[in-house]
Write a protein that binds this ligand. Structure first.
Ligand SMILES: NC(=O)c1ccc[n+]([C@@H]2O[C@H](COP(=O)([O-])OP(=O)(O)OC[C@H]3O[C@@H](n4cnc5c(N)ncnc54)[C@H](OP(=O)(O)O)[C@@H]3O)[C@@H](O)[C@H]2O)c1
Length: 244
């Protein structure tokens, strides 16, 4: 992998990939990690992002979430992508503990329906009990089922405000947050003006956009500045930081 734009231009070793995605020493930082095709699709013809991903994207994906406190995803993505349990590499666990972090990132899911896959090999089997954010009056049976496997946090109304979700994570000491989408959740985080960094992989593919969810237009464009560009195997991995 090579950095072609940014402060440390030149070859990037596997270990250095995570160093290219630093977290601030203090304060809350929310970054997104998404992959897009050349025609703007967020998923392949099968409705999955893996189809448009590749080794270079996966390497950056792992590096971006490696020392995160929480991985935030929408219910649509958990269902579509079949999220497995979150686990950290044993060496990373040591470093995480030394840095005062939990042994592995906590998975945080936003879901109004609570219609979530709860099997042992799914997200609910994570080392750290997942958090599920939902509204005030979800379906009672689903609420009971999700509570058995996850900590459920209910908002005060039927809607879930994404700024409130991030505040709840921070209250639990989870201040390094990776939002892994999908597009609907990411749009809401941007609309709440809580996104600090957007990490985007451009995949050298076309896929058509019918499996990519439409999102509502924002009231105004949200502007970011380019911090770096990495490249490998024809993929371009961009890191943008919010212009404030
Ligand atoms: N290219 C990429 O990097 C990438 C990344 C992630 C996902 N994807 C793809 O994107 C697609 C899924 O994206 P998506 O936009 O449909 O789904 P999404 O953003 O993952 O999830 C949307 C769902 O999240 C829940 N949700 C989000 N905000 C909420 C709120 N404020 N209140 C209540 N519930 C809320 C709802 O779940 P309930 O329906 O459970 O109520 C809603 O239906 C899949 O095809 C996936 O493969 C691509």
């Amino acid at each position: 992998m090579e950095m072609i734009f940014g402060r440390d231009r030149g070859p990037v070793t596997d270990e250095d990939v995570a160093e290219a995605y630093p977290w601030p020493e203090e304060g809350v930082w929310v970054r997104s990690m998404m992959v897009s095709t050349l025609d703007g699709a967020a998923a392949g013809p099968d409705g999955l992002s893996n189809t448009i991903s590749g080794d270079a994207d996966r390497q950056v994906f792992d590096a971006v979430r490696r020392f995160a406190d929480a991985i935030l995803v929408g219910g649509g993505t958990v269902k579509a992508e079949g999220y497995g349990p979150l686990r950290a590499d044993p060496d990373d666990t040591e470093r995480r503990r030394a840095q005062g972090q939990r042994p592995a990132p906590v998975l945080a899911v936003v879901s109004g329906s609570l219609d979530l896959p709860l099997g042992d090999d799914g997200f609910a089997g994570s080392e750290e009990r997942p958090l599920v954010f939902t509204g005030a009056t979800p379906d009672a049976d689903r609420l009971a089922a999700v509570r058995e496997r996850c900590e459920v946090v209910q908002s005060g109304s039927d809607s879930v405000d994404d700024g409130w979700v991030i505040d709840q994570l921070v209250e639990r000491g989870l201040r390094r947050i990776v939002c892994e989408g999908g597009p609907s959740l990411l749009r809401a985080v941007v609309a709440a003006d809580r996104l600090d960094e957007a990490d985007l992989t451009l995949s050298p593919t076309f896929a058509g956009t019918s499996t990519t969810p439409d999102t509502e237009a924002l009231p105004d464009v949200s502007r970011f500045e380019l911090a770096h560009l990495l490249t490998a195997d024809g993929f371009v991995m961009a890191r943008y930081v919010r212009r404030r």
